[in-house]
Design a protein around this ligand. Structure first.
Ligand code: OAD
Length: 258
């Protein structure tokens, strides 16, 4: 099938879908200037050691180093803007379909683009929480003053232990309630768009198979091959910020009906 035909076909699926899941990874933010994890030249882990910078043991060994690294990433993410892919995904929701964005990204760009239903499987770099998990239910929201000093982690206001970034580190469980909601959405959707993920990190990478086995169409959007391609209903080879807006072309307006 020609590329234009494939796009048109997926566009029809998007238009017809009643429940959509958009499952995203670092690639959706690549065109916002945020490096992916596995890109050999610019990927984050090509330049940094995950055991040192993204594990609890690494944090305990040198909290100030890890805190500074996250402060720098937060600053870079703060400078970045949502791109056309994030905006197109938010626009899907604005047009009336039920859309759940399930993301492995911690950069908050889906929310900034306007998506409301965002399930963050790996946390959010703009939040912090107590290293000892002393029970603060609300975490430390963006805007509170825990970010004032980028040089070292401030103490938890409740128990005095250091705060840590509210992201999932190597060897840690995903936030279980969030993952359960993501599974629920995957099981109930009729279309899942898998955008910009290498689909190598489990359990997140199980979600497309869950959706497919429950009867949904799974469409991969990625400039490179992924392990999901062989069993996807369609693979749209290209960059997220190019492809996603084209999936919206000619969609009926919210008020116009289908
Ligand atoms: P990866 O860095 O593993 O993969 C990025 C994917 O994006 C690759 O498949 C690229 O081909 C693709 N890509 C690159 N540029 C793109 C573009 N412009 N448009 C669309 N796709 C593009 O990132 P993730 O799959 O998100 O976990 O990695 C999953 C998890 O592994 C991360 O969340 C992180 C890491 O360990 C934690 O931090 C817990």
């Amino acid at each position: 099938m020609k590329r234009g035909d494939e796009l048109a076909e997926v566009r029809d699926w998007v238009r017809a879908a009643r429940r959509l899941v958009v499952f995203t990874g670092a690639g959706v933010s690549a065109e916002s200037g945020i490096p992916t994890f596995r890109d050999a030249l610019t990927g984050l882990w090509a330049r940094f050691d995950p055991e040192r910078l993204a594990s609890e043991a690494g944090f305990r060994a040198d909290p100030a180093l890890v805190w500074r690294w996250y402060a720098e990433r937060r600053a870079a993410i703060g400078q970045a803007q949502p791109n056309a892919a994030h905006r197109a995904i938010a626009e899907l929701e604005a047009r009336g379909a039920h859309v759940a964005v399930v993301t492995q990204n911690v950069d908050n760009l889906h929310r900034r683009a306007g998506s409301r239903e965002v399930l963050e499987l790996h946390g959010n770099i703009l939040r912090a929480r107590c290293l000892e998990g002393c029970g603060d239910p609300d975490r430390f929201a963006p805007g509170s003053d825990w970010r004032a000093d980028p040089r070292e982690p401030p103490p938890c206001p409740r128990c005095g232990a250091p705060l840590r970034p509210d992201v999932v580190w190597v060897g840690e469980l995903l936030p279980q309630a969030v993952f359960a909601r993501a599974e629920h959405e995957a099981l109930g959707c009729d279309l899942m768009l898998v955008v910009g993920t290498s689909a190598l990190v489990y359990p997140a990478a199980d979600l497309p198979a869950l959706a497919r086995d429950a009867g949904a169409r799974v469409v991969v959007v990625n400039p490179e091959e992924t392990p999901l391609d062989a069993r996807a209903a369609r693979v749209l080879r290209g960059k997220a910020a190019t492809i996603l807006p084209r999936l919206l072309d000619e969609l009926p307006e919210r008020t116009g009906g289908a």
